[in-house]
Unconditional design. Structure first.
Length: 202
């Protein structure tokens, strides 16, 4: 590749990056900031309403007093991916904007926000020595010590996902969440019948 082509590619990358950055917008509430692009303002405002509505019950579920800084929610366009994830050390929750196919009549946005916010509250619920370190160093301390800033990050997967699936299935309505879906009951019944139930780590 000659130097002209390299320069052309770099210019296009810089222009694209700057254009993408300029398009970010924000809506705010007392406890959350939602970042979005394009025409997703309605989704962003709906996300704020959902999170503020469920915040008290989800704090009670996780034991987290919610006394940390505002949580940032990032609504991303990740193609056809439908998912989300919580990043406690950056104090963010990322939501992929497209609803998955075959999700029934549930409000997918409501379920995924509740699920990921439970993750955030559970993983950032700290006390004792880690809380002292966090108060002094903020979120930079995990890179400086073998004592994690948020010890709950290293909980086994069944504990991390168990409470979130329980919450999404019991805190919204009797019809939402995986525990209320018939196909999961069918899968467990079939596995039990064949004496092939999963282990607790599965």
């Amino acid at each position: 590749m000659n130097i002209k082509k390299i320069i052309a590619v770099l210019v296009m990358v810089i222009i694209a990056a700057n254009t993408y950055a300029i398009n970010w917008k924000t809506v705010k509430s007392e406890n959350f900031n939602v970042f979005y692009t394009g025409n997703d303002e309605e989704m962003a405002k709906k996300s704020l309403a959902i999170l503020e509505s469920y915040r008290p019950s989800l704090m009670a579920l996780t034991g987290n007093k919610g006394d940390g800084p505002k949580v940032s929610i990032v609504i991303e366009d990740s193609g056809m991916d439908a998912n989300g994830y919580a990043d406690p050390e950056l104090n963010t929750i990322h939501i992929y904007k497209y609803e998955p196919t075959g999700f029934g009549d549930e409000n997918w946005l409501e379920v995924v926000l509740v699920h990921e916010y439970i993750h955030h509250l559970q993983m950032t619920n700290i006390g004792g020595l880690p809380k002292v370190f966090h108060t002094i160093y903020g979120n930079k301390f995990p890179s400086l010590s073998i004592i994690p800033n948020y010890p709950n990050i290293v909980l086994p997967l069944w504990a991390l996902e168990g409470i979130t699936v329980y919450g999404e299935s019991n805190k919204i309505s009797p019809y939402t969440g995986r525990l209320n879906k018939g196909e999961f009951d069918a899968m467990i019944t079939a596995a039990a019948k064949d004496n092939e139930l999963w282990s607790i780590m599965e």
